[in-house]
Design a protein around this ligand. Sequence first.
Ligand code: AMO
Length: 440
Amino acid sequence: MPKVDELDKWRRTHYSSDIAPNLDGKKVTVFGRVTSIREQGEITFIIVQDKCGILQITVKKSKAPKKVLDRIKDLNEHSILGVRGILKSIDKAPHGAEVIPSEIKVLDFVRKSLPFNPYKRELPSLDKRLDVRALDLRRPKAQAIFRIRNAILWSIRKFLIKKGYLEVNTPKIIASATEGGATLFPLLYYNREAFLAQSPQLYKEQLASCFEKVFEIAPIFRAEQFDTLKHLSEAISVDVEEAFVNYEDSMKLLEQLVCNSIEFVNKECKEDLDILKHKIKKSETPFKQFTYDETINILKSEGLDIEWGEDLSTISLKTYSEKISGFYFIKDWPTSLKAFYINPKKGKPEICESFDLMHGSLELSSGGTRVNTRKILETQLEMKDLDPEQFEYHLKTFDYGMPPHSGFGLGLDRLILVFTGLENIREVVLFPRDPTRLTP
Ligand code: AMO
């Protein structure tokens, strides 16, 4: 077996992206993973990938030191290398320069044949890839997806903090349901029953009463029995809540947030979007808005058998998305279809001040003006077969003065699907959770 070297005092001087012809003659230390080894006559070309891309190590047998030749003798693809050497400009190499090594450390090598080669075109099914996700994530496409994800997160945080929203962290172990009792994951909390949080809804409302403008980017847990391309048991939600505004203001903010992220990703992630062969279309602004009533009428005129008060089924949304492209809102939903904390309209309580942000047939976000009085909250909890007593820890805060407030929850993973042009939500999550997957 080949010997494994120690890292010792070696530290990186250059990433692959720093390498350039004008550094000709410079001493460098580079690290990375071998993606290919090619022998051409007396020259060995070793392509090494680091977090920024690839670089070329060129070993000429007649000129290389013996210790370098010894170290590359048993080298295999996917080994982990450290290389010290001199940069030499050369047109044909990536970034216009190659590294001529004076010393090579093999920091680790491959001990078993890989279940698949992440650098090859032919790949196994997503499920097989997810089983060894750490290997799958070496794929250039996967790397591009998660760099775009990172850019989206950064742009959202920057946007909200600049506008004066406070980033908060709320408990993920909670005492009662917020989004309907059927989708809770129960757990044992010492000697009591507790649940994983379905959303930070109640906490973000309480915090809006203290800090006025808050947001959280965190996991939400949904125990739904699904087998779709757009659901997860653990998803990331961007939750925003604000005092002294209503749902029209929340829609405006959400639209600005999405447009800002599109602009940022289009500017900062050009190469990654090219790798994915995807272009994010800028949607017309303001985003189109349809009331639930208008939506039902349009669907009826398309020949769908749908009654007022019904939720929009997958078929309804597919039909609708064939008529409307890009981002759009569906607002003013029946109160019966929305959660207990959404405010019914004055003089028309069967409709509530609510909205969903859609892209095609995909629901990206939902939000609304919140109920602001304890009495209505209690009535609505009972209407949803929820026990107000279980919510006392929340309801009592409404006794102490609660500003009017509104907000939304935006499904980050779904937004990334739109930004990357992918179809399966599991592709854009590092370690997805669904009813059949709990590892890795
Ligand atoms: P809702 O339940 O509609 O609203 O969730 C908000 C958004 O989160 C995303 N989402 C999911 N993504 C992947 N897998 C899931 N299982 C999943 N469930 C939800 C969707 C959805 O639009 N408290 C309210 C928000 C609010 O009113 O502020 C809520 O949770 O993109």
